[in-house]
Design a protein around this ligand. Structure first.
Ligand code: ADP
Length: 623
């Protein structure tokens, strides 16, 4: 298959291999851009949620420390009355100390102050197991078994458990793994959550309501928002409660903290079993508690978000003064703190919610820009490559024709020279005049050959910049006359009329005479080759301002307008019936122009009025 046979398929190839993939690429890019806002929101959410989770675990472990601190400072023996009285000054967390007998009667306080009276009023019946209070529990822990049932474990987890079989801590590791698993499944999967809440309701548990719009809802919300569906608010708490008696809550434990809502005010009651089955305890100082919690919170402000803890009323424990208009109910990310602090939340708010959309817009603009550049460069690149390939293929085609033409051009004169030479040698022609004619033919054919070879050699020399010119001041008019007269015999022998219009005054130029002769011979030989009905050639030399010009005018077939620009290109030949009757190399005009330009001039083509062509050599005059 020759190279240029591929040409018709190239366009199709370009569309399939370049244009189509880039359109698909652009479409994929566009889809990705649409998801950009959601993606950025998710990224922020993931980072901020992690901070919130961390803060919640800090607060929760601080509550454990508080419990330990109270337990360590709680009086257990000796002069209990004195010790209970001084407990708050030893441990500021202890606000109203109390002591219960083994019958759960309140031995202390005695109700001397209004505060103590109020305490007794609210708690006496509860301690005596006559009244019940809500006992808060983490739903994911209570229904852990249901959430993480054994068949759902994967093979690798089972193997892991088997490896741990002989380890003492295997049971506890497994259960803490299950607890975490249960919590994350509960957080992440809507169906699991629904199922567990339904179960809790069936068991008579009360599902609390959160103070804020939950993280899960927000997460789904952003996904739904992206799909254009209104987000459903889910503010069910992780903590469920069931009313229980004091002894049911304490059970087999030795100490603990019970949260109680009294008149919508939260109070925490610390209790500890001591010797003689008595119970000592205190109401926690909420001011102290708040301070200890604030103390463990990590950086509250960052460039991006504000992180704080909301109390049971949804009010922040700590917030900047100017932050009065914020809707505390709608954090960007939040997490409930602990069953000891029902309705408390660790919540984070974006400083500038518009940051997500502006970042997304910036990213979109950037991506669109990149897609556009990519698309444009692929298309432009493709077109340029296509053009280059087309050009190369045209050149390859021209070179092939050139090779065929050159061999033909060489063969024809050689054959006729040989034929005449043989005839003369064998003395077959006795007529002296005829013999002269044969010799003339041989001379003109040799000239044609020389000219052809000169053209081919010059083409490669000029192309490689190796052509040397012997520049001298010379008279263009005289040179023109010399070349024309040399050609006259040849031309007139084939029926041409050559008219010379050369001025008597010299037209001085600085040039290489041999090179200029070749230009003129090329132009004259074209005028001869592309003849028309009238075989008239006119050679005119004249000054045109500072230029010295020679025009070779013919009445030949002329050059079609659309090819006028191309005839000077290497190997180019007009591709029509009139031209193709004559063989040529497509180099004559190329070389003529190259030589003229090397002399600071040019060769130009013009239509001739009344039909035919005018080729004009223009050179700067040498004054
Ligand atoms: P060649 O004559 O060997 O084909 P050229 O470079 O001399 O190569 O010419 C290039 C083309 O320009 C020719 O093939 C022909 O089509 C056109 N051409 C050149 N001179 C003339 C002319 N005097 N009249 C008409 N066409 C011409």
């Amino acid at each position: 298959m020759r190279v240029y046979d591929l040409k018709p398929h190239l366009g199709l190839f370009f569309i399939l291999a370049v244009l189509l993939p880039s359109v698909i690429l652009a479409m994929i890019g566009a889809r990705a851009i649409n998801r950009e806002e959601l993606y950025i929101a998710r990224r922020y959410e993931a980072a901020i949620s992690a901070e919130v989770r961390h803060a919640a675990s800090l607060v929760s472990s601080e509550l454990n420390k508080i419990e330990d601190d109270l337990s360590r400072s709680a009086p257990e023996y000796g002069d209990m009355a004195a010790k209970l009285r001084s407990w708050p000054s030893v441990q500021p967390l202890a606000r109203i100390p109390f002591l219960l007998s083994n019958q759960n009667e309140v031995l202390w306080p005695t109700g001397n102050t209004p505060e103590e009276k109020e305490f007794l009023f609210w708690n006496m019946d509860f301690f005596a197991n006559k009244a019940k209070v809500p006992d808060y529990q983490n739903i994911a822990q209570v229904y852990q078994e249901k959430i993480v049932s054994p068949p759902q474990k994967t093979q690798s987890q089972r193997t892991y458990a088997a490896d741990q079989e002989f380890s003492v801590s295997s049971a506890s590791q497994d259960s803490s793994y299950d607890r975490q698993m249960a919590q994350s499944r509960f957080d992440q999967y809507e169906p699991v959550r629904e199922q567990v809440y339904a179960e809790a309701k069936k068991e008579g548990q009360r599902v609390e309501t959160r103070n804020v719009l939950g993280r899960q809802a927000l997460n789904e919300g952003s996904a739904k928002m992206a799909k254009g569906i209104a987000a459903q608010e889910d503010n069910r708490s992780l903590y469920i409660s069931k009313r229980r008696k004091f002894k049911e809550i304490t059970g087999a434990n030795t100490q603990g903290i019970i949260p109680r809502f009294v008149d919508d005010k939260l109070s925490l009651i610390f209790w500890k079993k001591i010797s003689g089955e008595k119970v000592v305890g205190c109401v926690l100082s909420m001011t102290q508690l708040r301070q200890r919690i604030i103390g463990v919170l990590p950086d509250i402000y960052s460039k991006v978000r504000l992180l704080t803890v909301l109390d049971q009323n949804g009010r922040p424990l700590i917030s900047p003064l100017e932050d009065t208009k914020r809707d505390w109910r709608r954090p960007f990310a939040s997490r409930e703190v602990s069953e000891l602090l029902p309705r408390w939340e660790v919540a984070a708010y974006l400083n500038d919610p518009a940051v997500i959309s502006s970042q997304a817009n910036f990213m979109s603009a950037l991506l669109w820009g990149l897609i556009f550049i990519l698309f444009a460069s692929i298309t432009i690149g493709g077109i340029l490559i296509l053009r280059a390939v087309n050009h190369e293929m045209a050149l390859a085609r021209q070179k092939t024709t050139f090779a065929a033409n050159v061999s033909h051009e060489l063969k024809t004169p050689l054959t006729s020279i040989r034929m005449f030479a043989e005839m003369l040698k064998e003395k077959r022609q006795a007529d002296v005049q005829k013999q002269e004619q044969y010799l003339d033919h041989m001379v003109s054919e040799t000239q044609r050959l020389t000219n052809l070879i000169n053209n081919v050699l010059d083409f490669s020399r000029i192309g490689q910049g190796r052509k040397l010119y012997n520049m001298k001041s010379l008279d263009l008019a005289a040179l023109c006359r010399e070349v024309a007269e040399n050609q006259r015999v040849g031309l007139e022998s084939v029926g041409f009329k050559l008219e010379l219009k050369v001025p008597g005054l010299p037209l001085m130029v600085k040039a290489d005479s041999e090179a200029l002769k070749q230009v003129l011979i090329n132009l004259l030989s074209n005028a001869q080759k592309y003849y028309g009905e009238k075989k008239d050639i006119e050679v005119e030399a004249a000054a045109d301002g500072a230029w010295a010009c020679v025009s070779v005018k013919d009445r030949g077939i002329g050059v079609p307008v659309k090819h006028a620009k191309n005839i000077f290109k290497e190997f180019f030949r007009v591709d029509d019936a009139l031209t193709s009757r004559v063989k040529g190399t497509g180099l004559g005009l190329t070389i003529a122009r190259m030589i003229a330009r090397d002399h600071g001039g040019d060769v130009v083509y013009m239509d001739r009025e009344g039909g035919g062509s005018v080729f004009q050599l223009r050179l700067p005059g040498d004054i």
